[in-house]
Design a protein around this ligand. Structure first.
Ligand code: ADE
Length: 241
């Protein structure tokens, strides 16, 4: 799977993503990440990519021409038969979720467009963007961190990216609940003991404890997810009858 991040700050994106697990995945050729500098495509002789918004308002807007040309330069290199999406990361988008990450992981190539200043001229968005995605109800100074979040969450679903395939399957949100607490050695730290059941060797008891802890944690920290879980259980029970 290939990610193309269109940005005014390619170094920020590459420095962030070429470390740790995503960096290793690139080296192992499980994924590829390419940062495209939108400024390289401006036709302005002073290298400008922004201008004032018509109708007034605070700040500057990224202009259509450099964004369009940067996007086209990537699109031209992608074979017709490849599955691709063009994502604009914006607080005006639909919320990014694990389900959306799974949907995007089924694509061959993803283009992620990062806005800066007050945003991007609407006309170019209309022509190139397939998905508007927000990573949360807060406003960042630019789209780069949001694009990096999406690349990371999608990349870890690509087969072979996580060393331990199992972990992508059992984690929070796959099974509608938050993950249970976890413990490693030593068995006593700062006077706190690891829950006895985890040392018992009885896998049935351990699994039951993990499930119970997941439910308790979800109820306490994410009452919205807990309510959905309860409804889902009720539906499943009805179907079993
Ligand atoms: N750009 C600025 N803020 C953002 C957010 N919350 N999500 C996605 N892109 C953004």
């Amino acid at each position: 799977m290939k990610f193309h991040v269109l940005t005014l700050f390619p170094d920020m994106v590459m420095q962030g993503l070429m470390t740790s697990i995503t960096g290793r995945a690139v080296q192992q050729k499980k994924i590829d990440i390419d940062a495209v500098n939108i400024r390289d495509y401006t036709q302005d002789k002073h290298g400008r990519v922004d201008d004032y918004p018509y109708g007034g308002g605070a700040g500057m807007l990224m202009q259509a021409q450099p964004v369009y040309d940067a996007c086209q330069s990537v699109m031209e290199k992608i074979p017709q038969n490849k599955k691709k999406r063009v994502i604009y990361v914006t607080p005006q988008g639909i919320p990014f979720t694990q389900a959306k990450a799974r949907e995007l992981a089924a694509q061959d190539e993803l283009l992620l467009l990062c806005g800066h200043y007050e945003g991007i001229d609407e006309r170019v968005l209309e022509e190139v963007v397939t998905d508007y995605i927000s990573i949360g109800d807060y406003v960042l100074t630019g789209g780069e961190l949001a694009a990096m979040v999406i690349v990371d969450a999608v990349a870890r679903l690509v087969p072979g990216v996580l060393g331990n395939e199992q972990s992508a399957l059992t984690e929070s949100f796959h099974g509608e609940l938050l993950e249970h607490p976890q413990y490693s050695r030593p068995d006593v730290w700062h006077g706190k003991k690891v829950p006895e059941v985890l040392l018992s060797g009885n896998q049935k008891h351990i699994d039951a404890w993990k499930k119970e802890q997941s439910i308790l944690r979800t109820k306490e920290r994410r009452p919205d997810l807990y309510a959905r879980y309860v409804r889902l259980q009720e539906c499943r029970q009805l179907l079993m009858k």
